[in-house]
Design a protein. Structure first.
Length: 165
């Protein structure tokens, strides 16, 4: 019995030493992964806003052409960008204020659902004005949004393709 206790003690020490080595190896992996995550690419606020700007423009021309499927797609792209801003840029003051766009987006979404050109136009103007209000409140007043007067891309037809057939 007296010989078994020292043997068990040695086995326990070896086992603890192995566990310690495993813990150190796991900690190195965790540290490495944390560094990779911290250094991984995440879009900047301006990149999100540039994307929203393009979708805002395309949304206008889709609505003007009563291409409601395209308008629905574009408004949801804007909404998705806002979700991503709040996810990836949550520490910015602008991200905290971006929810002010939700009522204008909701009204515009209703106009698209109803396929109502007049309501669409009024709701789009409201969205554009709300964008500018947000820019002023976040000290980006120099960045003024307006109703588009030409499409952002020349290689997209905004007319409703179903009407052509």
């Amino acid at each position: 019995m007296k010989k078994i206790i020292p043997i068990l003690f040695v086995v326990a020490l070896i086992s603890c030493n192995k566990q310690s080595d495993q813990i150190q190896a796991l900690q190195k992996r965790v540290d490495s992964l944390e560094k990779k995550v911290a250094e991984s690419y995440k879009p900047g606020f301006g990149e999100f806003m540039s994307g929203i700007q393009v979708h805002h423009n395309k949304l206008w021309f889709a609505g003007q052409n009563e291409n409601w499927k395209l308008a629905d797609f574009e408004i949801h792209e804007i909404m998705e960008a806002i979700v991503n801003i709040k996810k990836y840029q949550k520490d910015r003051k602008e991200s905290e204020m971006i929810d002010m766009l939700n009522p204008a987006l909701d009204n515009l979404d209703i106009a698209i659902e109803k396929q109502d050109p007049k309501l669409f136009k009024n709701s789009f103007i409201s969205l554009t004005n709300t964008c500018n209000t947000c820019h002023r409140k976040t000290e980006f007043e120099f960045n003024v949004v307006k109703i588009p007067d030409q499409p952002p891309l020349s290689n997209q037809d905004f007319r409703n393709q179903l009407e052509k057939k």
